[in-house]
Design a protein around this ligand. Structure first.
Ligand code: URP
Ligand code: ZN
Ligand code: ZN
Length: 447
């Protein structure tokens, strides 16, 4: 199958130009003007932006968590991602403490394989580092292609590892050529504050926020950077939210250390005042939403190159699931739905409002995730030889976000009624049209 995308404005992390894209099979064959070929399909992209498919490196699909499962499974989650211009996601496997990494991989593959309609891969969360786990790291990298290992410095008693395990894991991952990523908040301090608030009868969603003050994240981010520096292990901090944590990373750069930083779309545009609303449980996620000054720090951090990635941490729960914590904030399943909204919100709030450039937009939403997680240049850019994962985007179309129209399997939107500028029109996944005019073109699970 050959496809020709004509007259689009092509945006990559570095370029901005008008040309036609010739696709043959799953990849881009050539980019230029005036091709003398009769392609089987032609798409007119006049007046549209054409950029690489988004890569969301932080999602939790069909994940067992806090006594329930996240409500998007692999099919609904990857479909919603495609509708929003994200062609590839990286999901998290969670080791069960006491069990092997391989058993977790098998369990996760049982839910994901054969069910996705977009491209996907995994990080492996190590929640119990011991001699057995240590012996599995090499094989996961070399045989399974999983080179990114997740750690939790929080969720004490469930997912958290201590510094002893962290250092051991970092040394092994460094030795085998992998990367450590981290949920960097001080789990002991958070555990103490949750217990204190509960004992005082302070049980509303606001106390979720007050149990995770900025210092819990700043301290853990600095500690993580110190341990990564000592072991020489490459480090990536997921869902960084605040000024204190970003300053800890900034300090690490002073000793010429590189720590990769991801923030998520919600931390750039929502703030903690939402926890005072009656339906504040909708925004219970960890770390919590922060303040205006943190949003400003994060936008600046993107432009300074200190924040390399904007992801979602998509972890949706139905309202009924959120109600598990109606009498106690600590029982509200933590997570926020945004897999479908990230690319449009980042364009509207970032590019359209003049906070970031178009090139920066592509860099943080598409190119850097591909580079950091070892997929570039096959993914994350528009170039001859790359996978034809392509978004055709109308930069002027205005529309509203709503749970009534989104495709995520969740019965509310954290952005209900938000008016945004810019809309995903057509999405190609490895050369095939996956979404056109807000219709799924390949509804079967074909990948
Ligand atoms: O609230 C969140 N972030 N839920 C998903 C698990 C995690 O910590 O990333
Ligand atoms: Zn986390
Ligand atoms: Zn997460």
């Amino acid at each position: 199958m050959t496809t020709l995308i004509k007259n689009g404005r092509i945006i990559t992390a570095t370029d901005d130009y008008s040309a036609d894209i010739l696709i043959e099979g799953e990849t881009i064959k050539a980019i230029g003007k005036g091709f003398q070929v009769k392609a089987e399909k032609e798409i007119d992209a006049t007046g549209k932006l054409v950029f690489p498919g988004g890569i969301d490196p932080h999602v939790h699909l069909d994940m067992p968590f806090m006594g329930t499962y996240s409500s998007d499974n692999y099919e609904t989650g990857t479909r919603a991602a495609l509708f929003g211009g994200t062609t590839m996601v990286i999901d998290f496997i969670l080791q069960k403490q006491g069990n092997s990494l391989q058993s977790a991989l098998d369990e996760w593959r049982g839910r994901s394989d054969g069910n996705c309609v977009g491209d996907y891969s995994f990080h492996m969360a190590v929640t119990d580092f011991n001699e057995q786990t240590k012996s599995e790291i090499k094989g996961l990298i070399e045989k399974e292609g999983i080179s990114s290992f997740k750690t939790f410095m929080a969720y004490k008693g469930a997912l958290m590892i201590d510094d002893r395990q962290m250092v051991g894991l970092m040394q092994e991952v460094k030795k085998q050529g992998g990367l450590i990523n981290v949920h960097a908040t001080n789990g002991d301090m958070i555990d103490y504050l949750i217990a204190k608030h509960r004992a005082e009868g302070k049980l509303s969603p606001l106390y979720h926020y007050l149990s995770q003050p900025e210092v819990t994240e700043a301290e853990a981010s600095g500690r993580f950077a110190d341990l990564a520096n000592y072991t020489g292990c490459p480090g990536y901090i997921v869902h960084l939210t605040c000024e204190g944590a970003l300053n800890a990373v900034r300090n690490a750069t002073r000793r010429n250390q590189k720590v990769f930083v991801e923030t998520c779309i919600q931390y750039l545009i929502l703030d903690a005042s939402l926890y005072e609303k009656e339906d504040g449980a909708k925004w219970v996620m960890s770390p919590p939403l922060r303040e205006q000054k943190d949003q400003e720090t994060l936008w600046a951090g993107i432009n300074q190159g200190l924040v390399q990635v904007v992801a979602t941490d998509h972890c949706p729960f139905m309202l009924e699931q959120k109600l598990m914590g109606k009498d106690d904030f600590s029982k509200i399943p933590n997570g926020h739905p945004a897999i479908e909204n990230r690319m449009e919100l980042l364009y509207s709030e970032g590019v359209h409002k003049g906070k970031i450039s178009l090139n920066k937009y592509v860099e943080v939403a598409c190119t850097n995730p591909a580079k950091i997680f070892g997929m570039f240049p096959q993914k994350g850019t528009i170039a001859a030889g790359s996978d034809a994962d392509i978004v055709i985007f109308d930069p002027n179309e205005q529309h509203s976000l709503s749970a009534k129209t989104h495709h995520m399997n969740v019965d509310y939107s954290g952005y209900e009624g938000w008016k945004i500028t810019g809309k995903v029109k057509t999405v190609l996944l490895r050369g095939q049209i996956a979404i056109r005019k807000q219709r799924m073109q390949n509804p079967e699970r074909i990948w």
